[in-house]
Each structure stands twice: as C-alpha cells, then as structure tokens.
Design a protein around this ligand. Structure first.
Ligand code: FDA
Length: 388
C-alpha cells in the first residue's frame, strides 16, 4: 500500500468515476479492488462467444440522462448509439405497447378514443375508488388508473416482482402510475439516451486507462489474508472509498438491510429474432417470469457481426434476496430506513472513509445518478482527504 494515495472498494460506476477524478485532478495513485473477476459492477457486459451478442450480465442496462454534466462526462470515454428504449408487454395472448399510452388504451378497449375521450374514461374508472383510502397496492392501483387497466397490466406484473399478492403489499409501493394520452411510447423522457458503441466494458476500461490506476480483481476488502484488506489499509492511513454494502461494513451489527434480487434463465433460439424487440414484459400470472430480454435487439447496428440464425434471451425471475444473493433493488420498508439511518450515522464517524454508490448508501440509482453523485463526492469528500 505504500505507493497508494487512495483505495477504492468496488469497480462499479461510482468507484471508476472517483478513480478517474482523483487521477485527473490530484494526480493520485489509485488502487481499485473488486471481489468480482471483472470491472463495471452491475453495469458490466460481455460479448457472447457463440453469437457475438453483447450480454448485460446483471440485467438490461440502458443509459439515459438529462444531466448535461454527466452526458458530457460519459462522452469523453465512449460514443453512444442512437438506440431508443421501447418496451412491449404480453397480456392475454396479445402484445401491447408500454408505458400505458393511447395505443395501449385503444387496443385494450378495441376503441378509437381521442386523448380527451381516453382521459375521461380513465378518470371515470378510477373515480369509482375516489373515496377509498387504499389499504394495499391492489386498491391503490385501481384508484390510480381504474380496475380494467390495473388488473390487466399492473396487478400480476407487480405481484411477480414482489412474489407477493398485491392485496398483501403496501399501497406505498406505487405512488403514481403515469398514463400517456398520446401515442408516444418512448420509454425514457430524458434528453439523451443510447448504448455505448463498443459495449459497456470498453467504456469502463477507457475511464481508468492511466498508469496511476491499478486494479486488483477477485479481492475482498474484508479478507484479511490478502494485502489490501481493510485493517491493513486503515492502519496505513490511506483514504478509502467504499462502495460495498454498508451493513456488511459494520458486520451487520444493527441488522441486515433488505433487497430484492433477480434470477436470470438463459434461452437460446435458432432464429434471427425471437421477439422483434429487446424487452418483452409478461403481464399475466401464468408466465412465472416478469420479463424477457433479447440482447441482440439492443444493438441492431451490429447485425453484420452476429451469427445468423441464433439469438439469446434472458428471462427474469424476481424474488427477495438472502445473504449471498446479488442485492438489486432496496426494499426500503420503514424498518430498513431506520436501520440505514443508524448505519449512516456510524459511517459519518469513520475516519478517512467515504461511503458511496448504491450499496454504500442503500439506494436505487440509475447509472447517470451514480456518476453524478460520484463526481460530487469526489469534489466534496474525497479531494479534501487527498490534500491531507
Ligand atoms: P455496483 O454494484 O455496480 O458496484 C459495486 C461493486 O463493489 C461491485 O462490483 C461489487 O463486486 C464490489 N464490492 C462489493 N463489496 C465488496 C468487497 N467487500 N470487496 C471488494 N469489492 C466489493 N441503471 C441505468 O441507468 N439504466 C438501466 O437500464 C439499469 N438497469 C438496471 C437493472 C438492474 C437489474 C439493476 C439491479 C440495476 C440497473 N441499473 C440501471 C442501475 C445500475 O446498475 C447502477 O446505477 C450501477 O451499477 C451502480 O454502480 P455502483 O458503483 O454504485 O454499484
């Protein structure tokens, strides 16, 4: 550790961004460790040997942002394709566009409503529940968009996400269900979106392509049998940016924070194109997975490089995470929030250590948000430690 000015635990977007900034602004010598055998954290992807298709190992990752600082920053390391995200859903043997829009509504009701007519209809259907204070998600859903659309598109999908009957789920899970009274089915509303032209990993490698940044993979910060462990680093007085789970850092002594995880089941089809789109949701209970991703359709511009007659689809099965599972979505019950606040108070007292990223702050962040918080954390918290 003698020739290291900063140790970063976690080679996800938070860690990579801080590393890049520390070199650029302070000329620091940075050592990044990650327990996994690759960089990029959950946004990592690889090119499948058989087909040449880029597969997002921890679930589909679409880059989108309205934050100019972040957009300019990421464009220093990669170009983006002109991919525009759109999602479809299968319900009752029919395919509908999402998010629920005028196309979805007219197809569902076999109608040709104008925007005003559709709005009136939904208000009428939702109005039946106007006087109810929702006791659970089921009632909340009906109150927001009326029974027919809620039951077709939201109820069973959400039930599968939580592996719980929506009548047993808290109403607070869904605060609003945006409806679009036009035919726009562009999924994100952000100013910029796209996918990294040469893939996610090429982007991430470019961020840390500097001889002052060293990366050690397969290294657990808490494993005292290896040299860059927590005790050794702290004894040497080297500042640390920690992006692992905050409860793990404190040996779970105030309890465990709860997460949902996703299991992926891969299927290979002898077809050029299985769905005709990258994401197919399944709104009904008879299909056990929530959605399926056909990765080749994220990058149609690479068609020439794909093996003909082959495609790869990943089905997603959602469930509560146990220790040892990949934590994906914070559950954030009142209990979780209390526990996190206590860990956060303890973290503030840790000398020389900055907690960041989705695991270090128990928050769901999109990539652009994690980059934004990392740029700010570098300026406000990490840079002062490097000047000491
Ligand atoms: P991240 O989890 O990526 O990195 C943390 C790293 O720390 C990991 O690599 C881990 O191995 C390492 N680590 C933990 N403990 C350690 C220890 N003890 N020792 C060493 N290393 C340790 N965002 C978006 O913008 N568009 C999208 O479409 C999606 N899609 C999406 C799908 C799914 C299923 C999920 C779960 C998430 C998304 N995201 C997303 C969010 C995106 O994944 C997220 O914003 C970033 O991965 C967060 O980067 P971090 O660096 O915070 O964590």
């Amino acid at each position: 550790p003698n020739n290291t000015d900063l140790v970063i635990v976690g080679a996800g977007l938070f860690g990579l961004t801080v590393a890049q900034q520390a070199v650029e602004h302070a000329g620091a010598r940075v050592h990044i460790i990650d327990v996994r055998d690759h960089i990029g954290g959950n946004a990592y992807s690889y090119f499948d040997d058989e087909t040449g298709i880029e597969i997002h190992k921890y679930g589909a990752h679409l880059f989108h942002t309205s934050n100019r600082r972040v957009w300019e920053y990421v464009n220093r390391f990669t170009e983006f394709t002109d991919y525009v995200h759109r999602v479809y859903t299968t319900h009752n043997g029919e395919v509908f566009p999402l998010p629920i829009n005028l196309g979805t509504i007219n197809q569902f009701f076999h109608a040709s409503y104008t925007p005003a007519e559709a709005k009136r209809l939904i208000e009428e259907q939702a109005g039946e529940y106007a006087d109810i204070t929702p006791k659970n998600l089921d009632e909340q859903g009906k109150k927001l968009i009326g029974k027919p659309l809620y039951e077709a598109f939201i109820k069973n999908y959400t039930g599968k996400q939580w592996q719980t009957d929506p009548a047993e789920l808290p109403a607070s899970i869904i605060r609003r269900l945006p409806m679009r009274y036009n035919y726009n089915n562009r999924y994100f509303k952000d100013t910029w979106e796209g996918l990294p032209k040469d893939g996610y990993t090429a982007w991430f490698e470019k961020m840390i392509a500097d001889p002052r940044i060293e990366v050690s993979l397969g290294v657990d910060f808490f494993d005292e049998s290896q040299p860059l462990n927590r005790k050794a680093i702290q004894a040497a007085g080297i500042p640390v940016v920690y992006t692992g789970p905050i409860d793990r850092y404190f040996d779970y002594d105030l309890g465990e924070l709860k997460w949902r995880t996703v299991d992926f089941k891969e299927r290979r089809y002898d077809e050029d194109d299985h769905f005709g789109c990258p994401v197919m949701n399944y709104a009904d209970a008879d299909v056990p997975y929530t959605r399926a991703i056909e990765f080749r359709n994220f990058n149609p511009e690479r068609a020439e490089s794909y093996k003909p007659g082959k495609t790869v689809v990943w089905e997603e099965y959602s469930r509560f995470a146990r220790r040892g599972d990949e934590p994906y979505y914070p559950i954030n019950t009142e209990d979780d929030k209390n526990i996190y606040a206590q860990y956060q108070a303890k973290a503030a007292l840790e000398p020389n250590t900055v907690f960041g990223g989705r695991l270090g702050t128990y928050k769901y962040y999109d990539m652009h948000q994690v980059i934004d918080t990392a740029l700010t954390a570098y300026d406000e918290q990490v840079a002062p430690l490097l000047r000491k």
